[in-house]
Design a protein around this ligand. Structure first.
Ligand SMILES: [Zn+2]
Length: 360
């Protein structure tokens, strides 16, 4: 529908949580989930509670919104999707629909308060005001048990005895941080990370990014369109250039510089994580281009001649080794090993792999 793109463009990057109409046909890259929900809706076999699992920014809340729109639409399309023009759709678009509720932590807090769940329970004692379905989106469900389990336990009662014409949607990255009693009462649907080609296309369309920048941003997005849209492409290019300059120094075997680099990078965890990712992408690109993969698969599409030059002066075995060393450092940091020590070792490993004449 022609309005959908305009709708997204005006609300990006962070639409207010209670407004905005979404359609099933707008949801990108989650065809299986969408067709499952539409089929269940048309057959009248929807669960009373869903748990949408998957990384951030892949469309979980958007899908909950589209479900609420479709369920309450008075003139749905033949495939069950919302019409966009009936009174219910218009109220959803304006953020004034009385039967679509979003429960989310207040301000920047990580926790949903028990009062919010008690308020929800008071409300669900009454039927939906519009005569259709009351849809309650709880996001993220991890926030139910962030400080204690009181809010989660209060919600349990609603999940155990769901009122008629009520549907709950909980979103979460994974099940690990949720109470098993919550998980077991929901129908789980897994949202996949989005394909790179799709994210690149959205960045080109919505942000008017050149292809090479879109490719770099996408490579760092982890399959999340939300994350891709939130990243600053120019800052990323600046960081990437710094990473390549660092790698160049390290490879030239200046040990003093290696240790100084390690110390500098440990000051900022975000810089450190970005270094590891960007450097991995560099070696991945070297390997991909060595094995003649198409340039469209590369993260650093603006650096084809630099890649060519680096390929001429290196060997695949050392790129594999450097890539692996970066992965080991990543795991050590995730396991809370001493960052400075981890980076010293990483720097020395990269230095050794980067110098083909070094037989240590
Ligand atoms: Zn409608």
């Amino acid at each position: 529908m022609a309005t959908s793109k305009k709708d997204q463009a005006t609300t990006a990057p962070t639409p207010p949580p209670e407004s905005g109409l979404k359609f099933f046909r707008e949801i990108l890259g989650q065809d299986w989930v969408v067709s499952h929900l539409k089929a269940a809706m048309i057959a009248g076999r929807l669960s009373h509670a869903y748990l949408f699992l998957g990384p951030g920014g892949v469309g979980k809340a958007t899908t909950a919104r589209a479900l609420a729109a479709a369920l309450n639409c008075t003139q749905p399309e033949a495939d069950g999707d919302a019409c966009g023009t009936c009174p219910s759709c218009r109220r959803l678009a304006a953020g004034t629909h009385p039967d679509f509720l979003v429960i989310t932590p207040e301000e920047s807090k990580a926790q949903i308060k028990i009062e919010q769940i008690r308020e929800l329970r008071r409300l669900t004692a009454y039927p939906p005001l519009g005569g259709g379905w009351r849809v309650v989106l709880i996001k993220p469900a991890e926030a139910l048990s962030a400080a204690n389990d009181a809010a989660a336990n209060a919600l349990l009662k609603t999940l155990e005895e769901p009122p008629p014409q009520h549907l709950l949607v909980l979103t979460a990255r994974g099940e690990a941080d949720l109470l098993p009693t919550i998980v077991s009462r929901c129908h789980k649907l897994a949202f996949a990370p989005l394909p790179s080609a799709l994210i690149i296309q959205e960045l080109e369309n919505r942000r008017a990014l050149p292809r090479s920048q879109a490719a770099l941003v996408t490579a760092l997005s982890g399959g999340s369109l939300g994350r891709a849209l939130a990243l600053d492409p120019e800052e990323l290019v600046r960081q990437r250039d710094q990473v390549l300059s660092d790698l160049d120094h390290i490879n030239r075997g200046e040990t003093g510089l290696v240790l100084e680099w390690a110390q500098r990078l440990t000051q900022n965890r975000t810089d450190l994580n970005n270094f590891l990712l960007l450097a991995q992408l560099w070696y991945r690109d070297l390997l991909l281009s060595h094995f003649q993969a198409p340039a469209s698969l590369l993260a650093h599409q603006d650096l084809l001649s630099a890649l060519e030059q680096a390929r001429a002066g290196g060997a695949p075995a050392t790129w594999f080794a450097s890539f692996a060393a970066l992965g080991v450092a990543q795991r050590h940091l995730q396991a809370n090993l001493n960052p400075e020590l981890t980076l010293d070792i990483l720097g020395l490993r990269l230095q050794r792999h980067g110098n083909p004449y070094d037989s240590r």
